[in-house]
Design a binder for this molecule. Structure first.
Ligand SMILES: *[C@@H]1O[C@H](CO)[C@@H](O)[C@H](O)[C@H]1NC(C)=O
Ligand SMILES: *[C@@H]1O[C@H](CO)[C@@H](O)[C@H](O)[C@H]1NC(C)=O
Ligand SMILES: *[C@@H]1O[C@H](CO)[C@@H](O)[C@H](O)[C@H]1NC(C)=O
Length: 210
């Protein structure tokens, strides 16, 4: 059997597996998991079920109400596929090539205010923060920029297709996906670190017939 034919059969088999589960077939035979998500949202498989993600433009304070308009919450990220989606989706809606987006991350209560727990509560200490949408698991996507932590109860992520040198005297180089807890409620920086939007997450309605 020729290599092309073999590839075609493998994709067909993968698509049949998608169809059996009620999903449609995406590029290269990967299932599109967006069934039950609102239009324009994208579905992903999480350890304990599916989640739909979508990014929106706007300032940070708009994020919580912005998501609740869709009966959604501020969103988390489980893996690199989701991070790629978040970056592509928000950048496709803005004219700038980089910025910060608000994610559903909070400090553990023991880390809210106390600086005496500095070791336990440094971002690198993993347990200092948690995903607020109750769906993503683990710390794989926690990637703090050097300028964190600032003891704020939040996190924003740097979105860009490339790393960017920020010339504000303190920030240095930012890599796509790096996070900061530097004043989410008030940060409104300009240039490469401008606040451009937020991520929402919503459990898909897998039983909807529409
Ligand atoms: C949100 O939930 C409420 C109550 O179930 C419903 O009436 C409303 O249509 C929902 N809105 C969206 C955008 O799904
Ligand atoms: C970023 O990369 C994506 C491909 O992953 C591309 O479609 C998009 O145009 C790029 N955006 C910018 C602002 O460079
Ligand atoms: C952030 O910028 C927006 C628009 O540029 C402005 O309306 C808003 O007041 C600013 N917020 C803060 C906290 O500086």
């Amino acid at each position: 059997m020729s290599k092309n034919l073999y590839t075609l059969c493998a994709i067909l088999a993968a698509c049949i597996r998608c169809a059996v589960r009620g999903d449609t077939c995406g590029p290269r035979g990967r299932c599109d998991l967006s069934r039950g998500c609102p239009d324009g949202w994208k579905g992903f498989q999480r350890p304990y079920g599916r989640m739909c993600l979508k990014t929106f433009t706007g300032l940070v304070r708009a994020g919580a109400t912005g998501c609740s308009n869709y009966n959604a919450t501020l969103g988390s990220m489980q893996n690199d596929d989701e991070k790629r989606f978040v970056i592509d989706d928000i950048l496709s809606q803005v004219t700038v090539s980089s910025g910060l987006v608000w994610l559903g991350i909070n400090r553990q209560p023991m880390c809210y205010t106390s600086t005496s727990n500095a070791d336990l509560c440094a971002p690198s200490a993993r347990d200092a923060f948690y995903w607020t949408d109750g769906s993503a698991r683990g710390w794989d996507m926690f990637d703090w920029h050097d300028s964190a932590p600032q003891l704020n109860n939040c996190a924003m992520m740097f979105v860009s297709n490339t790393s960017v040198q920020v010339d504000d005297g303190t920030s240095g180089v930012w890599y796509p996906g790096q996070m900061t807890d530097k004043g989410c409620d008030t940060i409104n920086a300009s240039g490469a670190l401008k606040t451009i939007g937020y991520v929402c997450a919503k459990i898909p309605n897998l039983y909807s017939r529409t």
